[in-house]
Design a protein around this ligand. Sequence first.
Ligand code: NAI
Length: 380
Amino acid sequence: MNINKVGVIGSGTMGIGIAQVASTNGCEVFLYDIDFERTQAALENLNQLLRKLAGKGKLTLEEAEGIISRIKIAKNLQDLQDSDLVIEAIVENKEIKTKVYADLENIVSAQCILASNTSSISITSLSSGLKNSERFIGIHFFNPAPLMPLVEIIPGLLTDKKLPEVVYQLIKSWKKTPVIAQDNPGFIVNRIARPFYGEALRIVEEKIATPEQVDDAMKTLGNFKMGPFELMDLIGIDVNYAVTTTVYKDYYYDPKYKPSLLQQRMSEARLLGRKTGKGFYDYSENAQKPIPEKDEELYEKIFMRIISMLINEAVEAKRLKIATDEDIDLAMQKGVNYPKGLLAWGKEIGYEKISATLRNLFEEYQEERYRQSPLLKNLK
Ligand code: NAI
């Protein structure tokens, strides 16, 4: 199947990025948003950015102009009628999204693939109201879409069995790293990554260490590019909190994903990280980043606690076959920049050591949060 004409709905953070990716790879893009001016502004920003990059020699001026000229602003949904694929990236609201699909189904051809970039709504639930649910699939880009290689492809229960492969090949041809994920809350990355934030927050809430110590421990012992608190400040503490809350609720309040009160308070105080100038760190002009007090024994404890929780989560995803082992490891490296895949890392550290760390935590806290994946004890 040839996919040359791509409709993108929503010209916010994700939509304009997805439009750029499709256009860079030669597709003709029709970009629609209810807010016409927002689309114009988004395209103008992209135009300026690409020209700046061309000025720096990152691409030629012709390439930059080509990317811009292939993106057409759609004045209404009707303008998407010739699309081979439509990717929706509008507000994270099920009712609003399904209303758009119902309108879209009457406009596009019967062969057109319909996709959502949702991070948290079940693909199956989004598809079930369609006349043809088989053509619907999740295509989940990471922010910023033009830079992050990972794309999760999520077939719902009603999706045509051949569709994931078609989309996989397309995303690969767009020079991205596709992985196929089962339709469950958080898909691969947003589920497995939860303890990176959650356990770090707990360590700080319990006054075991400071945010800068946790960040330093994860960077020096784990080679993570950013520590959990630096990363939360970048993502936005409110956004990160909302993802955790959704995953927690959607797994029927599994204590493993329980959100942090500290994070809730920070959201309430609008200490949201870089975007408001202050989060776990201060980003104001003359602010000095606190220097962590190094402590070898404490750092080892912090690192083992967080990495064991992460590896346990990856092992549980493996047990439930949420994705293949290769995709589970690839997803964390290409979607959130982990230095290694977690399954490979578990093997390297030794699954027995991971299991012992979790057993100690469970004994100490008597909380289900620290329960082990039943598969963990069988892994070597
Ligand atoms: P955004 O708030 O930046 O943009 C959403 C756009 O949708 C706005 O321009 C708005 O005018 C438009 N819109 C709202 N209702 C519409 C309708 N009925 N028809 C047409 N346009 C409409 O949102 P963002 O961050 O780009 O997110 C979009 C989707 O991508 C959401 O489903 C989100 O969960 C998902 N996502 C977001 C990521 C992120 O880091 N921001 C990462 C991966 C997925």
